[in-house]
Design a protein around this ligand. Structure first.
Ligand code: PNS
Length: 159
């Protein structure tokens, strides 16, 4: 059983994340999407909301489950029988930080990192940009799943 993890903040999940998760699901027995619980970081959606959205948008995949984690990713991997992290690389600018984390995770616990190049149609996409554009009334349809689009609109009209 080859179980991998797609970790992140997912505030909120984008179609770029979904693309990586679905491609990872096609290559591995099981994909655990791990949502970071970070109490020091201000997020638009609570961890429960982020987990719920991810569960709904990935329910069509029989081999994807969504969990939350706090602390070190390598500890979450050890506790869940996960041997590798799957990450999407959008551009060279992602590479430096991602390589540093990958090497540190290997150094800490021999956890491997597998990099997937993102679909070019999502290479400019990030959760922060989606939030910023949506906050100023810009159109983010096609960049996030329909469910996330609805929750974004609802959250931003509340504010
Ligand atoms: O979506 P993000 O915020 O870019 O995801 C970053 C994430 C969650 C993958 C990274 O911050 C992480 O793994 N955090 C857990 C704490 C940890 O293990 N830190 C050491 C990394 S070498």
């Amino acid at each position: 059983m080859q179980r991998v993890v797609c970790p992140g903040s997912f505030d909120p999940a984008t179609n770029g994340h979904l693309d990586i998760i679905s491609r990872a699901a096609g290559l591995h027995d099981e994909v655990v999407v791990a949502v970071l619980v970070n109490i020091t970081k201000k997020t638009l959606f609570t961890v429960d909301e982020r987990v719920d959205m991810l569960r709904e948008v990935t329910e069509g995949y029989g081999n994807v489950r969504v969990e939350r984690f706090h602390g070190l990713l390598v500890d979450f991997c050890a506790a869940n029988g996960i041997t590798a992290v799957v990450k999407g690389l959008r551009a060279v600018s992602d590479f430096e930080y991602e390589m540093q984390m990958a090497q540190m995770n290997y150094r800490l616990a021999k956890v491997e990192t597998l990099f997937m190049t993102t679909n070019p149609q999502f290479s400019f996409l990030s959760s922060s940009l989606v939030k910023e554009i949506a906050q100023y009334g810009g159109d983010v349809s096609g960049l996030v799943p329909e469910l996330v689009l609805g929750r974004l609109r609802a959250r931003l009209t509340q504010e």
